[in-house]
Structures are given as structure tokens and as C-alpha cells.
Design a protein around this ligand. Structure first.
Ligand SMILES: Cc1cc2nc3c(=O)[nH]c(=O)nc-3n(C[C@H](O)[C@H](O)[C@H](O)COP(=O)(O)O)c2cc1C
Ligand code: SF4
Ligand code: FES
Length: 484
């Protein structure tokens, strides 16, 4: 059994569900010496049920809700409500198939028979589409950087590790054809003949749905040898991930696909030069790819009119369990976060007051109530010490002590640091020790945060000090001195 201890599930019951599960099952989590051969209990960080947690997986059966311990112990029926979905834009892009019936493969057939890879790249460049996986890199520029070699591999990144985000799970489960068509179009734009979808192992249903969708696409003639009379063939495979947050980082993901540990490595070389098995490799997030069929069907200008002039298009935002109306909403980039929190989310459940709001997962940041007027763009969030990330919004109310939230942030960091570089490996553990001690930091701690932020190998270690400082800022007086 796998029980989620990540931020949205932590915020649901202030972390009390884990001892409840341990007591209901009579086992200790993550204890390899546990004498019961019938049950093994692992903690995991996010299962994609952040809207209805605390959540767990019993084998592949999801269980979610306040009585998750009873569900796992067989005293209540397992239940995991479907993701509530809504569009706030009036003309959904990535939800075009979840909420409508726009066939994503139609544009694929038209593209391979009538367009060139260069034309596809310039259309997507003109749309302004940037990656939705966190780094915000311009999509067409990454495609061009791979150089057009037929050895190129394009990988759909369905690792979705950010606690609080379940947008990619929604797309892979409810509209897998759109993700595949987007991947096929990306392959075409890169001159690639191989595509891969990596789905995290915590998403067993998404994995099954993606595999079925590949079979269907093949049977319908969208894949294989020269589909729709185009020049080149295309094969797409689906692979299960190995379960770690950092394995979603593109170099770690490539290492994992090659059979190694999911650890990040130094760049250059960039994956577009030397990636999977040394082939030029493009990694794109699932939500990024799901926007591509709409852009090519409706045209770059239609997409570029959406969002803001600097950051075009729409974004899926995911609201956590503490909201009165949790769920996944498609919004225009630039929508004020206050509107998302109050109008779409209905404020917090039971009339509770928002203390802090985590935006963009563990590498994003926290906003206090006074900052909620910030528009949902990378630029505006960065100016507030946060980041867009994958746009998961996790609300924390007043039932949780600020120091417990800080400790939770460091627990996540220490558990998920891949250990490949010492600033992050050592820094995350020192940060946790300090938060557990409850003694405010000294100058050495401040120096450690600085080193971690400057010298860590990947964005995990580099971003964490920012996330910690944003939490300290959001709580103001109540965490003064903890940011280093
Ligand atoms: C620690 C870490 C974890 C990441 N996890 C994910 C992930 O789960 N899914 C994802 O798409 N990108 C993730 N990324 C970003 C990827 O490295 C990469 O930028 C992204 O998949 C590229 O796709 P995009 O350009 O479409 O955004 C992660 C990055 C870091 C540093
Ligand atoms: S920063 Fe952390 S997660 Fe990234 S390579 Fe270093 S140890 Fe691994
Ligand atoms: S399911 Fe627990 S944080 Fe996402």
C-alpha cells in the first residue's frame, strides 16, 4: 500500500492520516523490518488525488477521503472520486476533448500529408507556446535545437511529481488521444520517428489508458509505416516511471529510461544534443503537448490572442482539497490568483481562512493572503518570490502551525533529493534537522541556504531555498528569521 504524505494530503488533516493508517493496519510505514509479510506500507509524495485526499493506493486501487485509514483497513469501501473539471475560458484548448469532442487526430492526418516540419515549428513559435512542465522554455525553439535528425526521440513527460497537481493525470486518463496526437505532431516537427510516453508508476490508470490509446492509434492508421501517406514512419511506446520526484527532471528521466538511477546530471550536453542513448532528445510535458493539436487546428494567432502578450495561452490549474470547490480548471494565463481562489475555488471549505497558498509545487513558492492579486504568469509570480511550476494551488488554513508547514517542506526536500550533488543532499537534511529542532537558524544555516541555491546541480536544490524564503515571507512575523 502506498500512502500520500505530500502537501495537499498533509494540508487536509495536518498530516494526521499517516499515524491513523499505521494504526489501522498495524504496520509502520517505510519499515523494511516490519514483521507482517502480508502488508507493506510505503509513503509516497502525491498520487494525483490532491482534490480529495488524503489519498492512498491499495495495490492499484485508489482510496481517498477523510476515512482513508478505514478504507485501507477494509472497514469502509475504497473510494476515489473523479477529478472535477471546468473551463473558465469559454473556449478550452487543452480541455477541448475532455469537455468537448474535438478529434485531435484530424489535424495530424492533415499535417503529415500537407505541411512541412519547418511550417509546424514556425506556427508553434508564432503561437508563443512555452513548456508547461515548469521551466517555461519556448516549445518550438526546443524542437529546432534537436536539429532535425531522424534519430531524434521525443518524450512526453507524464511524471507529474508536483504535489497539488493532477492536470497531467486528467489529460492522460480522460483524453489520452490528445496527448498522443500532440506527441506525434512534436515528432513530426522534430523529424523524429520515435516517441515515448513516460507515465509515473503512481498513476496506474493513466498508464493503462495511454497504452490503450497507442493500440487504438496504431489500429486507426495514425502510427506505423508512413501514416496518412506522409514521408516517414512513427512509433510510440509507453513506459512506466520508477517513482521519485526528481525522476521528472529531464536528465534524470533519461537516466531512468536507460535503466539507471533517476538522478539529474550536469548540462551541457543538453538532451537536445545528446539525450536518450546519446540520441538528440526532446522532452515535453504532457500538458504542453496537449495544446499543440489546438494550435495547429485553429492557428497560431488564435492561441497568441489568449493569455497575456508576454505569456500566451491557457493553463490548467489544480485546486487542492481545502478549497470549497476543489478541481482542475483551464484558465487564461494572467488570471488574477484571487479570482481563481475565490470565484473558481469558492474560497476555503467550512468558511476557513487562507493562511498561505502554495503555487507551483515544491519548487514554486508560497503566497500570503495579501499577495493574491498577482496575475497567474511566470513573470508576476517570480516577482513575488514564487513560480508558476505546474500551477497546482495548495491551500493551507489556520489549523496548521507555520513551523509544521516549514518542517513539511524540508521533509519533502530531504526525502526526494536524489543525492547526486552535496549542496542539496546535505542541505536538505540539515534544513530538516533544523526545522525539527524548532530552534531558529543561525548564520551557518543562512550560508547553507545560499550555497544550496547557488551550487546545486539541478533546479530542485536551487529552487528550494526560494520556496522556503517565500513561506517565511508569507507567514510574516510568525516565521521570522527562518528564511536564512
Ligand atoms: C526536480 C524536477 C522535477 C521535474 N518534474 C517534472 C515533471 O514531473 N513533469 C514535467 O513535465 N516536467 C518536470 N520537470 C521539468 C523537466 O525537467 C522539463 O523541463 C520538462 O519536462 C520539459 O517540458 P516542457 O518544456 O514542455 O515544459 C522537473 C524539473 C525538475 C528540476
Ligand atoms: S540538486 Fe538535489 S535533486 Fe538536483 S541533482 Fe543535486 S541532489 Fe539531485
Ligand atoms: S494526492 Fe496527496 S498531494 Fe497529491
Amino acid at each position: 500500500m502506498r500512502v500520500c504524505t505530500a502537501t495537499a494530503c498533509f494540508a487536509a488533516q495536518a498530516g494526521r492520516h499517516l499515524p491513523a493508517v499505521e494504526s489501522a493496519l498495524g504496520v509502520t510505514a517505510d519499515d523494511d523490518r516490519d514483521p507482517d509479510p502480508g502488508v507493506s506500507l510505503r509513503t509516497v509524495r502525491c498520487l494525483g488525488y490532491c482534490y480529495g485526499g488524503p489519498a492512498a493506493l491499495d495495490g492499484v486501487t485508489p482510496c481517498a477521503g477523510p476515512d482513508v485509514a478505514d478504507q485501507l483497513a477494509g472497514r469502509a469501501r475504497p473510494q476515489a472520486p473523479p477529478i472535477p473539471v471546468a473551463d473558465a475560458t469559454g473556449d478550452p484548448v487543452v480541455l477541448a476533448g475532455v469537455l468537448g469532442d474535438e478529434d485531435p487526430w484530424r489535424i495530424w492526418a492533415e499535417t503529415v500529408s500537407r505541411r512541412t516540419p519547418e511550417a509546424v515549428r514556425s506556427e508553434v513559435a508564432a503561437s508563443g507556446l512555452r513548456g508547461r512542465g515548469g521551466a517555461g522554455f519556448p516549445v518550438a525553439a526546443k524542437w529546432a535545437a534537436a536539429g532535425g535528425s531522424p534519430d531524434t526521440v521525443v518524450i512526453a513527460n507524464g511524471d507529474e511529481g508536483d504535489p497539488g497537481s493532477y492536470a497531467d493525470r486528467l489529460l492522460m486518463e480522460e483524453d489520452p488521444a490528445r496527448v498522443l496526437a500532440g506527441l506525434a505532431l512534436a515528432c513530426f516537427a522534430c523529424g523524429a520517428r520515435r516517441g515515448l510516453v513516460l507515465v509515473r508508476s503512481e498513476y496506474p490508470r493513466a498508464l493503462a489508458r495511454m497504452r490503450e490509446a497507442v493500440e487504438r492509434a496504431r489500429a486507426d492508421g495514425h502510427l506505423g509505416h508512413r501514416p496518412h501517406g506522409g514521408d516517414a514512419g512513427l512509433e510510440i511506446g509507453v513506459v512506466a516511471g520508477a517513482g521519485s520526484y526528481v525522476a521528472g527532471e529531464e536528465t534524470a528521466l533519461i537516466a531512468e529510461l536507460e535503466g539507471g538511477r533517476g538522478c539529474a546530471r550536469a548540462r551541457p550536453p543538453y538532451p537536445t544534443d545528446r539525450g536518450l542513448w546519446d540520441a538528440p532528445t526532446v522532452v515535453n510535458n504532457v500538458e504542453t503537448l496537449a495544446a499543440v493539436p489546438w494550435i495547429l487546428s485553429r492557428g497560431a494567432a488564435a492561441y497568441a490572442r489568449r493569455g497575456t502578450p508576454g505569456e500566451t495561452g491557457t493553463k490548467l490549474v489544480c485546486l487542492s482539497e481545502r478549497f470549497a470547490r476543489p478541481g482542475c480548471h483551464e484558465v487564461e494565463l494572467g488570471t488574477p490568483i484571487r479570482r481563481i481562489v475565490t470565484e473558481l475555488g469558492g474560497g476555503l471549505r467550512d468558511g476557513a481562512e487562507l493562511e498561505v497558498l502554495q503555487v507551483g509545487g515544491p519548487l514554486g513558492g508560497f503566497l500570503g493572503e495579501a499577495d493574491l492579486d498577482v496575475p497567474l504568469t511566470e513573470r508576476d509570480l517570480a516577482a513575488h518570490g514564487a513560480a508558476l511550476g505546474h500551477a497546482g494551488l495548495v491551500a493551507v488554513d489556520g489549523r496548521i502551525e507555520p513551523l509544521d508547514v516549514l518542517r513539511h517542506v524540508w521533509e519533502f526536500a530531504a526525502a526526494e533529493s536524489c543525492g547526486a550533488c552535496s549542496p542539496c543532499r546535505v542541505g536538505s537534511r540539515r534544513g530538516l534537522e533544523r526545522a525539527r529542532s524548532g530552534v531558529p537558524p543561525d548564520a551557518a544555516h543562512a550560508r547553507m541556504l545560499r550555497v544550496m541555491g547557488e551550487a546545486s546541480l539541478c533546479a530542485f536544490g536551487r529552487r528550494l531555498p526560494y520556496a522556503v524564503r517565500s513561506l517565511v515571507r508569507a507567514y510574516g512575523e510568525r516565521l521570522r528569521g527562518w528564511g536564512g
